[in-house]
Design a protein around this ligand. Structure first.
Ligand code: ASP
Length: 587
């Protein structure tokens, strides 16, 4: 038997017992007469003691133990003289009578502790060592529980978990496909699914009216902290439902998951249309943990002789509470931050409402105190507050002010990781106009149904009319993060063909790429809809973390590389030949 207990199990009540533990040496301290060794496994750390006076040979053996050696130690549990209240096993130690080295270890390249000294790439290269750290293990255990609870909830609601294939053809979700060459069909390629979208719709045609899957999806796009080339979704689809039914089920799932895994009771989720979210927060994923809503000053700030505002389409402000004390230097620094190309604002106007109620601004030359009071009143500013004002083209200004609002929320510490503010964003536009490509793209994906009232607009060739079409498409947002989204789908062949046409597919292209789906729609497709939650993101947000990498056992780095196995990598010419890929083909 390798062990009678884990390294997290023993307590004062076990004193006197003879036990055997196995694990990794976290640290060994040789104090001359005594050697103390911390033994670690995923359950905790237990202190082992070797006593020179008692057994010199054993103690000498203990002195050879290096960090991360795998050992087995037997001995007697005894009460510790100096207890460690920070450890669950901190009241006891094992007086070792027998030691076996199960495997030696090289000195690890970084310390295996909560606050490790290892940089990102090093930790990724030695991920198996990184995964020994408590912090990372906690995350993966949380993830495992979240998946189990998801399955419990959905199966109790009558959902069936069905696997869909990974070797398929393109499912457009707005990213590039990863492709896999086919050896048996030379010159042809599978695409890895960007999502199981078309398959889950086919499952609805097949009559499985409640489907779910916790599933890997693959998207070849530029990486960020909250994006990985392969990621996991809780993917769902239902038949004979309206948007309302879907929102209710998945609000229920979210509340259940928060309660079961964090003990947090979430109130009913507020709802906001896409247009409203954009007007109030400049974003379709507003962070509702703090206020600072947009205040539109366009009507009151124009026409007073300030050329910058007079020539602007939109003038918007936020009110930063308690920031009137900002120095010239701080305001200059904020202005520079806004002017960086990532944000691209032209400048920043401020209005301070001083503690004594007087008003000072960077545009005093153009506006009287009474003029400015109209602004501060509209923003509901109190003494000590600071109005930050941006202007320019409508859409751009909203987006820039969104960045500023989030930045101020962070600076003012208003975005706490354990404060959860979910909401539904509804009524997304059906289509998104791409200026550069001079064509429409689907805002969600090409299978999303327009709202019933907007269907006639599909016949129009007026871009503005088409842009105004809305869909029964929705996103769940928590703390400014898009957790997931979905829509009611088109289930009618003709409507789907019309939508493909709007998206620039010729009938032949649509047939070649999606003929199977259009065909299925001719054999009794029920009305249906669904959504998918980003599972990695949900884990991160629930733990107040910014990066999804901490919740993925083997993530890729910013270049899409797995540093541990060193992938992607070249393959042999022979293999390429077998796949029918011309090695001389232009790259
Ligand atoms: N397939 C969609 C996505 O991956 C989700 C859905 O519409 O159900 O975002």
């Amino acid at each position: 038997m390798y062990r009678t207990h884990t390294c997290g199990a023993l307590r004062l009540s076990d004193v006197g017992k003879t036990v055997t533990l196995s694990g990794w040496v976290a640290i060994s301290r040789d104090l001359g007469g005594l050697t103390f060794t911390d033994l670690r496994d995923r359950y905790g750390i237990t202190q082992l003691v070797f006593d020179m006076d008692d057994n010199a040979e054993l103690c000498m053996q203990a002195r050879t133990l290096g960090r991360e050696f795998v050992i087995q130690a037997s001995g007697i549990v005894r009460e510790r003289a100096s207890k460690n209240p920070n450890r669950e096993t901190g009241d006891i130690e094992i007086k070792v009578t027998d030691l076996k080295i199960l495997n030696a270890a090289k000195t690890p390249p970084f310390t295996i502790q909560d606050d490790t000294d290892g940089g990102d790439d090093l930790r990724m290269k030695y991920r198996y060592l990184d995964l020994r750290r408590n912090a990372v293990q906690k995350n993966l255990i949380f993830r495992s529980n979240l998946a189990i609870e998801t399955r419990k909830f959905l199966s109790e609601q009558g959902f069936i978990e069905i696997e869909t294939p990974n070797l398929i053809k393109s499912t457009p979700e707005g990213a590039r496909d990863f492709v896999v060459p086919s050896r048996m069909n030379k010159g042809q390629f599978y695409a890895l699914p960007q999502s199981p979208q078309t398959f889950k719709q086919i499952l609805m045609v097949a009559g499985f009216d409640k489907y779910f899957q916790i599933v890997k999806c693959f998207r070849d796009e530029d990486l960020r902290a909250d994006r990985q080339p392969e990621f996991t979704q809780i993917d769902c689809e239902m038949s004979f439902v309206h948007q309302e039914d879907i929102l209710n089920i998945f609000e229920g799932l979210t509340k259940y998951l928060f309660k079961r895994t964090l003990g947090v009771d979430l109130p009913d989720f507020p709802r906001m249309t896409y247009d409203e979210a954009f007007a109030r927060f400049g974003s379709d994923k507003p962070d509702l943990r703090f206020g600072m809503e947009f205040v539109n000053l366009s009507d009151v700030a124009k026409g007073k002789g300030f050329p910058v505002f007079d020539g602007a389409e939109t003038i918007l402000a936020i009110c930063a509470p308690g920031c009137a004390h900002y120095s010239r230097k701080q305001l200059d620094e904020l202005t520079e931050w806004l002017k960086r190309p990532q944000i691209g604002a032209k400048g920043l106007v401020y209005v301070k409402m001083e503690a004594d109620g007087s008003i000072k601004s960077s545009v005093d030359k153009f506006y009287s105190p009474d003029d400015l009071k109209v602004w501060t009143d509209r923003a509901g500013a109190q003494a000590g507050d600071l109005l930050l004002v941006l202007c320019g083209e409508d859409e751009k200004t909203h987006k820039q002010l969104n960045e500023l609002r989030l930045e101020m929320g962070t600076r003012l510490d208003l975005r706490k990781g354990d404060d959860f503010k979910p909401l539904w964003v509804l009524d997304f536009p059906l289509l998104e106009w791409d200026e550069a490509a001079n064509r429409f793209f689907a805002m969600h994906h090409p299978f999303t149904a327009p709202k019933a009232d907007d269907i006639p607009k599909m016949e129009s060739d007026d871009i503005q009319v088409l842009k105004s079409m809305r869909a029964d498409a929705y996103d769940l947002v928590i703390n400014g993060v898009e957790i997931g989204g979905g829509s009611i789908r088109i289930h009618d062949r003709d409507l789907q063909s019309r939508n493909f046409k709007l998206l620039g597919f010729t009938p032949e292209e649509a047939e070649a790429q999606f003929g199977f789906l259009l065909g299925a729609f001719e054999y009794g497709a029920p009305p249906h809809g669904g959504l998918a939650f980003g599972f990695d993101r949900l884990n991160a947000v629930m733990n107040g973390a910014n990066s999804i990498r901490d919740f993925i056992a083997f993530p890729k780095n910013n270049q899409g590389r797995d540093m541990m196995i060193d992938a992607p990598s070249g393959i042999k010419a022979e293999q390429l030949k077998e796949l029918g890929i011309d090695v001389r083909a232009e790259i």
